[in-house]
Ligand binder design. Structure first.
Ligand code: PEP
Ligand code: MG
Length: 322
């Protein structure tokens, strides 16, 4: 307990150009931390903590989680780590072996409002994240916020967890920004009213695209389509970013859309504050962003918002050299 950060500050050598999103890394496994450092990502924009469960098929204890998160925080040498609480939903649990599919329903994050064992699991994880934040900068992110009650429950749990850690005299990070993931279309019109309650939003384009276009994420036909260019999706994302910015809150994105060259341009034009992508996509995304002139983006944004077809969007984006 009480270990202090020994990390050196992360060098900031790219994409701090005004009007251009910062580039961050998605991390699924602790072993990817070296790549974050090697590629000099600005931060870990998404750590998918449920991978701990998916890899071993048992739930880690609070102490085990503190250890794992601290290792990650220390391994990325001072870069901020956004730890997402377990995104346990049947579609993710069904990936890989059948062992967990019987418990998939029981662990579904969306049931946290009703199921006491899930509430305990969530509180334990929040405690672990806050405790791990005593060794370096951390943000706490909650997946699939699709109704106000879920957001308020998560916020109340964070307050309770802080109170418990103080009472128990355990070291924890005093400044851990709280973020909500927007991954369901019905959340977007509510984001403006949530902005006062969160420190940041994270846009999960993988689930948002499925939700917006009526696709199954694993659907091979859906995956081949140029969904990231859908004009309705673009207007939706613009509405989220506008609502967040109006409330003074940044928007990170962390789905695959940001690593599609056209998706990179669209998200930059719409005003995303950071793009978090898989470590092996960092170089390409930076290259695409380097080719953008921030002065061109406001007019591109206006034209994207008027587009009516995928073809219109594709044309606008290609005129920008993506
Ligand atoms: C997303 O949905 O875009 C996202 C980043 O979360 P995941 O891929 O883990 O569902
Ligand atoms: Mg998701």
């Amino acid at each position: 307990k009480g270990r202090r950060a020994s990390a050196t500050p992360a060098p900031q050598v790219f994409s701090d150009r005004p009007g251009i999103p910062r580039v961050e890394a998605n991390v699924n496994l602790l072993s990817e931390a070296d790549q974050v450092v090697a590629h000099n990502a600005g931060a870990v924009g998404l750590y998918r903590s449920e991978m701990i469960f998916l890899a071993r098929r048992t739930l880690p204890t609070e102490e085990e989680q503190v250890e794992i998160y601290r290792k990650l925080i220390e391994a990325v040498r001072g870069r901020r780590v956004t730890i997402r609480t377990f995104d346990l939903r049947p579609d993710k649990l069904a990936q890989g072996s059948s062992a967990a599919s019987c418990s998939a329903h029981a662990l579904d994050w969306r049931l946290v409002l009703e199921v006491p064992s899930l509430q305990r699991l969530f509180k334990e994880q929040v405690r672990a994240i806050l405790r791990a934040a005593s060794v370096g900068p951390v943000r706490l992110l909650v997946p699939l916020v699709n109704r106000s009650a879920l957001l308020d429950f998560a916020l109340a749990t964070v307050r309770e967890a802080r109170g418990e850690l103080i009472a128990e005299g355990l070291a924890f990070g005093a400044d851990v920004p709280f973020g909500a993931m927007i991954e369901a279309t019905a959340a977007i019109p509510l984001a403006g009213s949530w902005a006062g309650r969160v420190d940041f939003f994270a846009l999960g384009t993988n689930d948002l695209i499925a939700s917006a276009l009526g696709l199954n994420r694993e659907d091979p036909v859906g995956a081949q389509c140029d969904d990231v260019l859908h004009p309705g999706l673009i207007r939706m994302i613009a509405a989220l970013i506008d609502a967040a910015h109006k409330g003074g809150r940044p928007v990170s994105t962390c789905g695959e859309m940001a690593s599609d060259p056209a998706g990179t341009v669209v998200l930059a034009a719409l005003g995303a504050d950071s793009l978090s992508v898989a470590v092996d996509r960092l170089a390409d995304v930076r290259r695409t962003l380097a080719g953008l002139n921030p002065a061109d983006l406001p007019s591109l944004r206006s034209r994207l918002l008027e587009a009516e077809s995928v073809e219109d969007v594709a044309r606008l984006v290609s005129q920008r050299g993506a």
